[in-house]
Design a protein around this ligand. Structure first.
Ligand code: CMP
Length: 224
């Protein structure tokens, strides 16, 4: 069950999308934004639905996906804290381009289409941040197209792990693991193939599995 609540300017001050706004602009926005809690596996947006609002992630992770009638899925991206989604339909008035489903319990902020469009026209800094977000997404999509066309499954798994890794005590670590099924859906391979590749990377000393984390070795960029 989701809950709705009003938000404070203190919370908005920490949202990267609103970084260029002053206190007055934040308080105008705060009156238009509501906070929403969702559980795991909640469908926040459905592909093809009409567009009504923009969402900002405060905590938790979500997957952006497309699926066919048989239920086959491709995951376009994983979104986390500080990122936003649902802006595309707001900007071009088209139906939702993809579905967005929570991977874990999430705290979200949501703003209606009308309020968001008004805020965009009043705040150039906000428009710039939205454009930056779109450029980041385009760069990531370009990378993905490149790796689908130019890399084998080993290269694609290695690149995805590197993208997801964080620096922990001088090591590259994937702290929040994705299921092999979700990795397969992100790189266009079967779950069985991903299992085999992960096992080979482990045997070859390219990755080390420590509890729920995966530690990446420096040689992971060059699997043979
Ligand atoms: P919208 O089309 O309104 O609804 C689905 C949302 O998913 C879309 O806006 C974007 O916010 C998000 N989205 C679509 N494609 C991608 C992508 N390739 N990477 C990250 N987010 C995306």
């Amino acid at each position: 069950m989701s809950q709705l609540a009003k938000v404070s300017t203190t919370l908005l001050r920490n949202v990267p999308l609103f970084a260029g706004l002053d206190e007055q602009q934040l308080s105008v926005l705060a009156s238009a934004i509501v906070r929403k809690s969702v559980g795991r596996n909640a469908r926040i947006i459905g592909a093809g639905d009409p567009t009504d609002s923009l969402y900002i992630v405060i905590s938790g992770r979500l997957k952006v996906l497309m699926s066919d009638e048989q239920g086959k899925e491709v995951i376009l991206s994983i979104l986390g804290p500080g990122e936003f989604f649902g802006e595309m339909g707001l900007l071009d008035d088209s139906p939702r381009s993809a579905s967005v489903v929570s991977l874990e319990a999430c705290e979200l902020l949501t703003i209606s289409k009308t309020d968001f469009k008004r805020s965009l026209s009043e705040n150039f800094e906000l428009s710039l941040m939205v454009m930056r977000g779109l450029v980041k997404r385009l760069r990531e999509a370009d990378q993905k197209i490149g790796s689908l066309a130019l890399m084998d499954v080993y290269g694609r798994v290695a690149r995805l792990l590197l993208e997801m890794a964080e620096e922990v005590d001088g090591e590259k670590v994937v702290v929040k693991k994705l299921s092999k099924q979700d990795i397969a859906k992100m790189i266009g391979a079967s779950r069985e193939m991903v299992s085999r590749v992960m096992k080979d990377l482990q045997m070859g000393g390219y990755i080390e599995v420590r509890g729920r984390s995966i530690v990446l070795r420096d040689n992971i960029l060059l699997p043979d």
